[in-house]
Design a protein around this ligand. Structure first.
Ligand code: NAD
Length: 284
C-alpha cells in the first residue's frame, strides 16, 4: 500500500518503521523535520497525504488534528482511508470524520494503548470508530502495528473507549497507590499485600501488571526510578479529555474528577516527566 504518515514523535516514528518493515511504501512528514529510516520524506502534510491509499496521523491533540485534516483532506485520493491514531477529544475526532466524509474519504478514529514499547514491538491495541468499510480497509495496517484492534462503533467510538479506559486506569492507579501507602503505615509488607490483592477481589492491572512499589510484582517503571512508561503528563491529558467528554454529555464522574485534580497537582509538582505510578510517593 502507499501510505502517508504524519506525526513522527515517540509513537509515530516506530509505528511508521513497522509499516516499512512490512513492505509498505511510506511517505512521512513531521513539522519538526523528523526522519524515519526507510520512509520517503514529504515536504508538507498535504504532500504526505496526496494520492495515498491510507493516511495515518499520530498527533499531539485535537486542535492540531483539525488543522492537519484541513490541509490533507482536500488532497485525499478517492477511496483512501484516513486513520487517526492520536488521542484527542471526541468532538475533534467527529469533526475530522465529518471533514473526510464530505470529501468522500473513508475515516477511522483509532487511538492506541500500549505506549512507546508497544509501538516499537508492534503490539499496540487499537480502539476504532468508523464504518465497517473503513475498518476493513484499515485492519491489515492495525495487524502490522498492533496485536489487537477492536471496532468499537461509529465515528468517535474509538476515542470514547480510550478515554473511558484511561479514566478507569487513572482512578485504579490512585487506588493501588493508596492501598500500598496505607499497608506500609499499618506495618504490612508490600509483598504480602501484592500476594493477596493480585489473586483477590482488589485485583486490577495497576497492581497485577504495573505495581507502583519497587521490587514487587512483574517488572514495571517503579523498578526503574519511575522513568516512563506512561508519563503522568499523558495520564493528565487523558483524564482532562474524560472530564471534557463527561461534561459534554452531563455524565457524573466524581472519581474521574478527583483523579484529574490529583494528577494535575502531581504534574504541577514533582510528577512532571515521571511515570504515572510515581503518584505513590505523594500519597506516602
Ligand atoms: P509526541 O509529542 O512525541 O509526537 C507528536 C509529533 O507530532 C511530534 O513529533 C510533533 O512534531 C508532531 N506534530 C505536531 N504538529 C504537527 C503538524 N502540524 N504536522 C506534522 N506533525 C506535527 O507524542 P507521542 O508520544 O508520539 O503521542 C502521539 C499521540 O499518541 C498523542 O495524542 C498521545 O496522547 C497518544 N498516545 C501516546 C502514548 C505514549 O505512551 N506516548 C500512548 C498512547 C497514546
Amino acid at each position: 500500500m502507499k501510505i502517508g504518515f504524519i506525526g513522527l514523535g515517540n509513537m509515530g516514528a516506530p509505528m511508521a518503521a513497522n509499516l516499512v518493515k512490512a513492505g509498505h511504501d511510506v511517505t512521512a512528514y513531521d513539522v519538526a523535520d523528523i526522519r524515519v529510516e526507510g520512509t520517503s520524506a514529504a515536504g508538507s502534510a498535504a504532500d504526505a497525504a496526496a494520492g495515498r491509499d491510507a493516511v495515518i496521523t499520530m498527533l499531539p491533540n485535537g486542535e492540531i488534528l483539525r488543522a492537519v485534516y484541513a490541509e490533507i483532506v482536500p488532497v485525499g485520493a478517492p477511496g483512501s482511508v484516513f486513520i487517526d491514531c492520536s488521542t484527542v477529544d471526541v468532538d475533534s475526532a467527529r469533526a475530522a470524520h465529518a471533514m473526510a466524509g464530505k470529501q468522500g474519504l473513508l475515516s477511522i478514529d483509532a487511538p492506541v494503548s500500549g505506549g512507546v514499547g508497544g509501538a516499537a514491538a508492534g503490539t499496540l491495541t487499537f480502539m476504532a470508530g468508523g464504518s465497517d468499510e473503513a475498518f476493513a480497509k484499515a485492519a491489515p495496517l492495525f495487524e502490522i502495528m498492533g496485536k489487537k484492534a477492536v471496532h468499537c462503533g461509529d465515528a468517535g467510538a474509538g476515542q470514547s473507549a480510550k478515554i473511558c479506559n484511561n479514566m478507569l486506569l487513572g482512578i485504579s492507579m490512585i487506588g493501588a497507590c493508596e492501598a500500598f501507602a496505607l499497608a506500609e503505615k499499618l506495618g504490612l509488607s508490600a509483598q504480602s499485600l501484592f500476594d493477596v490483592v493480585s489473586t483477590s477481589s482488589g485485583s486490577c492491572w495497576s497492581v497485577n501488571a504495573y505495581c507502583p512499589v519497587p521490587g514487587v510484582g512483574p517488572q514495571s517503571p517503579a523498578d526503574n526510578g519511575y522513568k516512563p512508561g506512561f508519563a503522568a503528563d499523558l495520564m493528565l491529558k487523558d483524564l482532562k479529555l474524560s472530564q471534557q467528554a463527561a461534561e459534554s454529555v452531563a455524565a457524573r464522574t466524581p472519581m474521574g474528577a478527583r483523579a484529574t485534580e490529583l494528577y494535575a497537582e502531581f504534574v504541577a509538582g514533582e510528577g512532571k516527566g515521571r511515570d504515572f505510578s510515581a503518584m505513590i510517593e505523594r500519597l506516602k
